[in-house]
Design a protein around this ligand. Structure first.
Ligand code: ZN
Ligand code: ZN
Length: 377
């Protein structure tokens, strides 16, 4: 029987690129796959043929050799050997067809396949919301939290079965965890569906977890909250999430922090801001006020002639740098309050002041004033 030309088999031109080859091969492989054509010898031949053609043409060395010498150029090479067909031609199946046929389970005997294939999975991550006070975010703290989560059942240690006679060998796979069946020329190996690869099934479910292997629990733990944490920070506690599946590692626990607002202080980055009201006389004459900081009362000098909105920086009285050293600064914003509801005496004094103070009725920028004047003249 003379072999068909590989390009002809795949239905592509001699200049076909990798994408074209792959696309064409995928189409053929799906059409002629033994799973879809049980017992069809013709389809099986076509399937093998396509696999062989693709295994050669997708390999640049083999392809060059084939282009020059035809099938003779491949004598002794993987494809077209004495047995006519080398199963290694299927090596690329998983990436081409994997999503369609579950090839991870097919073609047993390949690398990674076989009994006890790693079915372990990591547990889910958990989220816990924690609200703390502004003060606690400044100082850092240790919080006691109770996290509802699943834990491995203490009675059955996660097997889901009673200790005595709880488990029995899976009748479907006879304990192998996988089933192998012959389908045309392929030996197909699949993870056993009854026991999901464990090789054993539960005969008597655990009385405590009813066979789930896990139980709901409230886990108490301490969370260390470092000084300087900000609103919206996430703390990761590794492996404190849901337990893993079948021996997999547990997930992580994320503590989402919400820092309450402070009635006096506002935080920007690592700096704190607060406002201190003073009266007109204090602003004019200068004064000293006691400002509340997180380190106690601090005497702050306000110079004479202080304007509204003036801010005074107090070094190193801000928020501690998270996981670092040093602190931000504290900015004291001076708010000059104009008095209302004057007593008769105060009114008299202000009137005297008014008579001696220069009038402040000129715009600060002379330029603008001149322009306005020009406009009206
Ligand atoms: Zn149990
Ligand atoms: Zn089984």
């Amino acid at each position: 029987m003379s072999k068909r030309d590989y390009y002809e088999v795949l239905g592509v031109g001699r200049d076909a690129d990798e994408t074209e080859l792959k696309g064409s091969y995928r189409k053929l492989a799906m059409k002629y796959h033994p799973d879809r054509n049980p017992g069809d010898k013709e389809a099986e031949e076509r399937f093998k043929e396509a696999a062989e053609a693709y295994s050669v043409l997708s390999d640049s060395q083999k392809r060059a050799s084939y282009d020059r010498f035809g099938h003779a150029g491949l004598q002794g090479a993987a494809a077209g050997g004495p047995q006519g067909f080398d199963p290694s031609a299927f090596g690329d199946f998983s990436d081409i067809l994997g999503d369609l046929f579950g090839f991870g389970d097919l073609f047993g005997g390949g690398a990674g396949a076989g009994r006890g294939r790693n079915r372990a999975r990591r547990g889910e991550d958990l989220r816990y919301d924690l609200e703390i006070s502004f003060e606690d975010s400044m100082r850092g703290m240790s919080a006691d939290i109770q996290v509802p989560r699943l834990e491995t059942c203490s009675r059955c240690k996660g097997t889901g079965a009673e200790k005595e006679d709880g488990l029995t060998t899976c009748p479907t796979c006879r304990g192998r965890g996988e089933v192998i069946y012959q389908q045309s020329f392929l030996s197909i190996r699949r993870t056993c569906h009854q026991c999901e690869g464990r090789g054993q099934i539960i005969r008597r479910p655990c009385a405590q977890c009813r066979g789930e292997g896990v139980q709901r629990a409230e886990r108490r733990m301490k969370v260390n909250i470092p000084a300087g944490v900000f609103d919206g920070a996430k703390l990761r506690l590794s492996e404190e999430g849901q337990p893993g599946y079948q021996g997999g590692p547990p997930g992580d626990l994320y503590v989402f922090l919400r820092v309450k607002e402070h009635p006096i202080f506002e935080r920007h980055e690592n700096d704190l801001h607060c406002t201190v009201p003073i009266n007109v006389a204090q602003a004019a004459l200068g004064t000293e006020v006691d400002v509340l900081t997180f380190d106690g009362l601090e005497a702050v000098k306000i110079p004479e002639g202080t304007q509204p909105g003036h801010k005074i920086k107090i070094r190193n009285r801000g928020v501690p740098v998270l996981n670092g050293s040093g602190r931000g600064d504290l900015y004291v914003h001076v708010d000059v309050k104009t008095p209302t509801r004057l007593t008769r005496e105060q009114r008299k004094l202000f009137e005297q002041l008014r008579d001696v103070l220069p009038a402040e009725n000129e715009p600060e920028e002379k330029g603008i004033f001149d322009k306005v004047k020009d406009y009206f003249m």
